[in-house]
Design a protein. Structure first.
Length: 626
């Protein structure tokens, strides 16, 4: 993490300078511009540092909690669950609260140093002048979302490469060459595998959803500046921030209900799943007084008479769609339901049917989420335009503290099992941690479902903010430039996926080669010790550090190309072909990327739980045989 964040800190500093000499310098050059400081660059740097801090906090909490989860399972499953769940709570509430707090501080400071002076200098500004100032203020603040998402991009890619390279390398060699149990301490890749769970699923996912929240809030604020009624009523103007605040309070009451539940090995997944339902229902109620802060009716571009309850409907569409996507993800990835159990059955005939059916499962799992997103986008865009899209994105992220809680729970429970195995605890303890971990695999997939669904809405909201800024750019597929942009944009998620998958494959190959060499080295030492009459394991410790180094170096080197593809493609399209090409590119990325992400995420989650179900059935058969 130190190495990764050192790289990202250097990147943030360089990109801050680039923003300062381009965006901010252009803003300062405008006649009578009140801008006398690089506000966008400052906001970007703060967003980057906040994202780095979010990842660091997540890692510290996870490492602090997983040993306590193992210790709790030594007494009973309920105590172990409480430790893991409370660790996830700290992750969820701290990250969301941190994102909201820092954004509010930026807005307060920018308003005091930039907006108030500019407003007073105009001396009774007109409606149009006031709207222009508010829009420019929120565009400066939007650098915060860009900083958070840029760091999250590299953190997610680097963390994903790290964890999957270690996971594939450790599991393939350990299970096929030595028939070792998962997390066996004699496997040199074990520590790298456990560290990777934190790097990818804690730090990476936390930073990713932090970036989504920051971006969606900034996009909603930019679009809200197009309504004079919202501008003239500050409570209404800052309404997007209040949605997140209501979500924090609703999530707080939701986790209290989970604390009242008695958890056993049989009902872990049910308790976690109900968290989504509780938080969704509670937030739906808590939003009613918040919505009353909006004007009874207000206007938006293309929508002359928008009511506060129409805005409430946009939020509810996003909120309930997020819950349905979460439940859909659970159905397709959990080993308690038919799709994953069907995969288990297909494994009886060999790996090929399992691969085919796993891919089919992922493709089929796209239908329900896409239906939910389509309904949400259709209603929101029809009634409130791009402002409605921003509200629906914030609605889907309204349960973010709970989503991060159950997502963080997964890696904590997983590593608790690894600690139990490496500590030589009785098999009974590992069985209890495995019960927590099996539910954690599904909740991690639910967290990914939230991230993917919200990313679609956030991307569309940002597209709306871009459209607002450049002036009603439409994607006309009958025009060559937008259509070509659309085609290239639809291709980019596949290119990005290919880059990251190749990176994982190359790193995993290097990892497996070393693990084989290390197994041979330790076997030779044990043989020599036995011949010499010394303790067999003397000097035959696995080289854990080398495996960690392989994953670290691979993730740092190989995250650059995919990250550069994401950051540079819209810049190249804009500078070379203009805003219509960028509009087509963004539309293509949104439409194509959402399908690739959902199918890949659910296929992977189902395969993981399929493996655990087969291991469970194998253990049950061995018990019966004894």
């Amino acid at each position: 993490m130190v190495q990764e964040y050192t790289y990202l800190a250097v990147f943030s500093a360089v990109f801050t300078v680039i923003l300062g000499v381009t965006v901010d310098l252009q803003e300062m050059s405008v006649k009578n511009s009140p801008t006398n400081a690089p506000y966008t660059a400052i906001a970007f740097l703060i967003g980057s540092l906040t994202s780095i801090l979010a990842g660091y906090i997540g890692m510290r909490i996870a490492v602090y909690t997983n040993t306590r989860t193992t210790y709790g399972c030594c007494e009973e499953t309920h105590i172990g669950f409480q430790s893991a769940f409370r660790g996830g709570q700290v992750l969820g509430f701290v990250l969301v609260g941190l994102a909201l707090l820092v954004l509010e501080l930026i807005m307060i400071c920018f308003k005091a140093t930039w907006f108030d002076g500019a407003y007073d200098a105009l001396n009774n500004p007109t409606e149009e002048q006031t709207g222009e100032l508010v829009r420019r203020l929120f565009e400066l603040v939007a650098g915060y979302g860009l900083g958070g998402s840029s760091v999250a991009l590299f953190g997610r890619v680097g963390g994903g490469i790290y964890t999957k390279a270690a996971d594939v390398g450790a599991d393939l060699v350990g299970k096929t060459l030595k028939d070792l149990r998962e997390d066996d301490p004699s496997n040199p890749g074990t520590i790298a595998d456990n560290v990777g769970d934190n790097v990818g699923d804690i730090a990476g996912m936390g930073a990713d959803l932090f970036g989504s929240l920051a971006e969606s809030t900034c996009a909603a604020l930019v679009v809200s500046s197009t309504s004079y009624e919202l501008i003239m009523q500050p409570d209404a103007l800052y309404f997007p921030l209040m949605i997140t605040s209501a979500g924090i309070i609703a999530s707080f009451f939701s986790v209290l209900l989970a604390e009242c539940s008695r958890v056993t090995e049989a009902n872990v997944q049910t308790v976690l799943k109900l968290q989504l339902l509780y938080s969704t229902v509670i937030m739906s109620v808590f939003l009613i007084p918040v919505v009353s802060l909006l004007p009874v009716t207000f206007s938006l571009p293309g929508h002359a008479d928008v009511s506060q309850w129409t805005a409430y409907g946009c939020i509810l569409f996003g909120l309930w769609s997020g819950m349905i996507i979460g439940f859909s993800t659970e159905y397709y990835t959990s080993n308690a339901y038919g799709p994953t159990l069907y995969l288990v059955k297909n494994c009886e005939q060999g790996p090929a049917p399992n691969v085919i059916q796993g891919l089919a499962l992922g493709y089929l799992s796209c239908i329900i989420p896409i239906g939910c997103l389509t309904a949400t986008i259709g209603f929101s865009f029809k009634t409130c335009g791009m402002y409605g899209i921003g509200l629906s994105a914030l609605g889907m992220l309204g349960s973010l503290p709970v989503a991060l809680t159950i997502d963080g729970y997964g890696p904590i429970a997983d590593n608790a099992g690894g600690i139990a195995e490496m500590s030589g605890l009785p098999p009974r303890i590992r069985e209890q941690t495995d019960a927590l971990d099996a539910a954690g695999n599904t909740t991690a997939a639910i967290g990914k479902g939230f991230a993917i669904g919200s990313a679609c809405l956030v991307g569309l909201a940002l597209f709306g903010a871009f459209n607002t800024r450049v002036g009603a750019v439409e994607v006309d597929i009958l025009s060559p430039v937008p259509f070509c942009g659309l085609m290239v944009g639809a291709m980019l998620p596949y290119a990005f996926s290919a880059m990251t998958m190749k990176a994982v494959g190359d790193a995993a190959n290097e990892m497996m080669e070393f693990i084989k060499e290390d197994f041979a080295r330790t076997s030779d030492i044990k043989r020599a010790n036995k011949d010499a009459g010394r303790p067999e394991h003397e000097g035959a410790e696995p080289n854990y550090q080398k495996c960690i180094s392989i994953s670290t170096q691979a993730s740092l080197k190989m995250m650059i190309a995919p990250g550069a593809l994401v950051l540079l493609s819209p810049l190249v399209a804009g500078f070379v072909f203009g805003p219509q090409a960028v509009a087509g590119l963004l539309a293509g990325i949104i439409v194509s990327g959402i399908q690739v992400a959902i199918s890949a995420s659910n296929t992977g989650g189902a395969w993981d739980n399929c493996k655990k179900e087969i291991e469970k059935q194998r253990q049950d058969m061995m018990k019966e045989a004894r």
